[in-house]
Design a binder for this molecule. Structure first.
Ligand code: ARG
Ligand code: ZN
Length: 869
């Protein structure tokens, strides 16, 4: 949040254990119409880990709190005994153990930051991670301080029949003036960031789960009135997650009650508060009519993610926020494994890698690059990043690859045994993996220390008939604050095709039996691996399944890539070969693609589309041209105008050249499975690119008659991107049908802002004044502004600079309303040094304009300041 205090940088190296701990936390919330009173009774003791000579004054965190009263061991404190600053309350003289009682007044209705206690369409809810609890009451708001919580909530019974908090309800009753109360006790100690409160009038879907030891757990899913028909899938996903964590990791749920509440105003996806998850409605509400196949996958994934946090996050939490990847990287890895088991593993893996390449490589090559365990931050909320989350998950995945499933499980078991109930570090996790498996992973730790994306350069040398050598070399570019990098430990999964494009067996020593695939482990800057194989020449299939998060460089010919694309038995690498083929062409120096290049791609596509072994989901992925963001994210210098032109040229060519194929796929593919719908809609997209007048009726019919949102939205999307003159009627039709469904309205907004048309920005601005838009609702901001900036790359980068000015205007507006969302948008400028000097100057001007604001929040300051350095 903004304040008059100067931004302070916090360093990991400065960590010191808290001098005090809070054994018990007893909270009373009195909810009134325009304010809330919070009474907090804290039993505070000295931390046994503290070895300082003297007892220092205690500094409690507290932001935007009006202090009503303060008592120490039952005695009112004199003004001179404490000092209240903007972000802290300092009590000068305390003893080894004492009780502190404070009463504060807060204003949840005015809280637009959506951090702390706030209201969302008539109900109260909380978001405390990372440092939001200090906006509720004075506290030692740091994760190593774990406390036993008792909470009593009082409010108007008619407006707030439900009063929820963590743990189990232990008491309830009536009060005067139509008010009532409910009291909660959470038997598990927890840090403040896992605290939650919800008050409102909601519908509930109930179910039960019987754990592996036979305990029955009540499951409750709370949603706004009238939405119960969109809850079944989320509940089923929860049950599937609970089962999976028992089967795969032996982890059982611990409380008797698990609650999920869906709210429409939420900064992120969801939050794993103990026993009371709070979710963005986007990751709960879904039925066939309102949600697309991709939405269903998102719900399943996020429900699982938050559930898995109960063990990796809640039972074992982080010692300090620099360790965030301890819980996030690990939990993302767990949700990825779950999704791989529930859906197609290859499709999942491709989706995961696309995120790494488009967003994480971008972050790693920009001004905010940081290791998965950052060394410093100003605003912790800025570090809930694709690096900490997704690269963090890649690092855990490498451990899994190196140890195998059984070894990884042994490490996890030891980690749970050793650290249950504690707040620990990434180092503790690595140590458990090492100790359980008798490994020394000194070198592996570089993944935690060093930022930047390693580059792995490989070539294949033929030494003699039947004897080859893979020469590998790794390097890693400098990142802010890290000039020199040490080598990483790289697991490299490889296989080979022969010169006729067939997979071949090979060996690593002369006399060994042939294998289809092996795992090479690189530990030095340069290393070679011998390969024995009876073949004249080999095409290597490298880094299968993206076995390390690196950029691979190998000078493949187009023919070699085409043969891998046609026949690599590893589905991930098969897809990747196609992407590399197109990427090489799109990023080369030429200003246009040649006829030869175009026909290499369309021939390769035909082979894929005719391959009867390949499922339709993988086909759809294979025939997608790499996204602009991913191309930009992966490179250091981008000629945007040339890239846009070639990208368009390729798409138009593929639409036109294969128009009959797309048409026949469209007409012969049933829409029964998500893979079928995906392929069919991919075909429709290409047909519309080829000739939107001719195929318009098809799209219009699909939109009108679809019985599911996947098809209905796909049709709307192509229509909204068709030539002006056709589109408005169908945009209006969709609006009239869905205007009462907020989440569908988000899709409707997004469909309208990704049109590559000069006039689009005026339309985007007009949408900001639409009655269904609200700048205070993060989903809406993401649906319009976020989607335009990240999804309409060519118009955001329009050479006039008006896209940049627009984004800066929004950031400035949101800086006051919701700094977290503002800072997230500001990160969209981070790639600016990759562009031409004209665009650089235009973006710099906007960054300078933002930085010069009075009242700039720490969140936005940190992003633009680093960007300008
Ligand atoms: N722990 C939550 C999750 O990953 C996300 C919290 C994000 N908090 C934030 N300040 N951005 O499920
Ligand atoms: Zn998480």
């Amino acid at each position: 949040m903004y304040s008059t205090e100067k931004p302070v940088v916090k360093y990991r190296k400065d960590y010191q254990p808290s001098q005090y701990l809070i054994k018990n936390t007893n909270l009373l919330f009195q909810l009134f119409d325009d304010y809330t009173l919070v009474t907090s009774e804290l039993k505070i003791t000295r931390n046994p880990l503290d070895n300082r000579e003297t007892l220092l004054p205690i500094e409690l965190d507290g932001v935007e709190l009006e202090l009503v009263s303060i008592h120490l061991d039952g005695q009112v404190l004199d003004d001179s005994d404490y000092e209240k600053r903007a972000h802290t309350l300092i009590i000068n003289k305390v003893s080894e153990t004492f009780n502190l009682t404070t009463v504060v007044k807060i204003l949840p209705h005015k809280n637009t930051s959506l951090e702390g206690l706030y209201t969302s369409s008539g109900k109260y809810c909380t978001q405390c991670e990372a440092e939001g609890f200090r906006k509720i009451t004075f506290y030692l708001d740091r994760p190593e301080v774990m406390s036993e919580f008792t909470v009593r909530i009082e409010g108007d019974k008619a407006k707030y029949p439900l009063l929820l908090s963590n743990g189990n309800p232990v008491d309830r009753g009536e009060l005067t003036d139509g008010r009532h109360f409910v009291a909660w006790h959470d038997p598990f100690v927890k840090p403040s960031y896992l605290f939650a409160l919800v008050a409102g009038d909601l519908d509930c879907l109930e179910d039960t789960f019987t754990t592996m030891s036979g305990r029955e757990v009540k499951l409750e899913l709370y949603v706004d009135k009238g939405k119960l028909d969109q809850c079944r899938f989320a509940m089923d996903s929860l049950i599937a997650s609970m089962k999976w964590d028992e089967q795969e990791f032996g982890r059982e749920y611990d409380l008797d009650l698990y609650m999920i509440v869906a709210v429409s105003d939420f900064n992120m996806g969801a939050m794993e508060n103990k026993g009371l998850n709070i979710f963005n409605t986007k990751y709960v509400l879904a039925n066939k009519k309102t949600a697309t196949d991709a939405d269903f996958e998102g719900v399943e994934r996020v429900i699982a993610h938050e559930y898995f946090h109960n063990w990796t996050g809640n039972r074992i939490t982080c010692r300090d926020w620099f360790q965030l990847s301890l819980k996030e990287g690990l939990t993302v890895f767990r949700d990825q494994k779950f999704s791989e088991d529930m859906q197609s593993a290859a499709v999942e893996r491709i989706d995961q890698v696309k995120i790494i390449r488009a967003a994480q490589f971008a972050e790693d090559s920009g001004p905010m690059a940081h290791p998965i365990r950052p060394d410093s931050y100003i605003e912790m909320n800025n570090f809930y990043t694709v690096t900490v989350y997704n690269k963090g998950a890649e690092v855990i995945r490498m451990m899994h690859t190196l140890l195998g499933k059984t070894g990884f499980r042994k490490g996890m078991d030891l980690y749970f045994d050793r650290h249950d109930g504690q707040a620990v570090t990434c180092e503790d996790f690595i140590k458990a993996m090492e100790d359980a498996n008798g490994k020394d992973w000194s070198l592996f730790r570089n993944w935690y220390r060093q930022a930047g994306t390693p580059v792995l350069k490989v070539d294949l040398e033929k030494l003699a008939d039947g004897h080859f050598r893979l020469n590998c070399e790794q390097s890693c570019p400098a990142t802010p604050g890290q000039e020199h990098k040490n080598p990483f430990m790289l697991p490299i999964k490889v296989g080979f095709l022969n010169n006729t494009g067939h997979p071949v067996k090979f060996a690593e020593t002369n006399d060994a039996a042939g294998v289809d695939e092996t795992l090479l482990v690189m530990t030095e800057t340069k290393q070679s691996f011998d390969i024995y194989c009876e073949s004249d020449s080999l095409v290597p299939s490298l880094l299968r399944d993206f076995s390390s998060p690196v950029k691979l460089e190998y000078s493949y010919t187009q023919e070699e890539l085409a043969s891998l694309f046609a026949a690599d038995p590893n589905p991930f690498n098969r897809w990747d070969a196609g992407q590399t083929l197109m990427t090489q062409m799109l990023m080369s120096e030429t200003s246009k693609l040649t006829e030869d290049e175009l026909s290499v791609v369309d021939n390769a596509f035909i082979k894929i589309l005719n391959d009867e072994e390949l499922d339709n989901a993988l086909k759809s992925l294979a025939v997608m041209v790499p996204e602009l963001n991913s191309l930009i994210g992966m490179s250091d210098n981008v000629k945007l105008d040339q890239l846009f032109a070639k990208h368009k040229q390729l798409k138009v060519h593929l639409g036109e050249k294969l128009e009959h194929t797309w048409f026949s796929i469209y007409n012969t593919t049933s829409g029964d499975t998500s893979g079928d719908r995906w392929l069919r809609n991919t075909a429709l997209r290409y047909m519309m690119i080829a000739n939107d007048e001719q195929h318009f009726e098809l799209a219009a019919t699909q939109q009108t008659h679809a019985d599911n949102m996947t098809d209905e939205l796909a049709a709307l999307q192509v229509i909204a991107n068709a030539s002006e003159g056709y589109r408005s009627e169908y945009i209006e039709q969709f609006y009239q049908k869905w205007k009462e469904e907020e989440l569908v309205m988000d899709k409707w907004f997004t469909a309208q802002v990704v049109n590559d048309d000069e006039a689009i920005l005026e339309h985007v601005k007009a949408l900001l004044n639409h009655e269904k838009f609200s700048i205070e609702n993060p989903n809406k901001v993401r649906a319009v502004v976020g989607a335009f900036v990240a999804g309409n790359t060519s118009q955001f980068h329009n050479p006039t600079g008006q896209g940049y000015e627009f984004l800066a205007d929004i950031i400035i507006q949101l800086n006051k309303i919701n700094p977290q969302i503002a800072a997230g948008l500001a990160k969209q400028f981070n790639q600016w040094r990759k562009f031409d000097s004209k665009r650089q100057a235009l973006i710099q001007e906007q960054l300078v304009r933002i930085k010069s604001l009075d009242n700039l929040s720490n969140d936005v300051f940190e992003v633009v300041d680093k960007s300008l350095q």
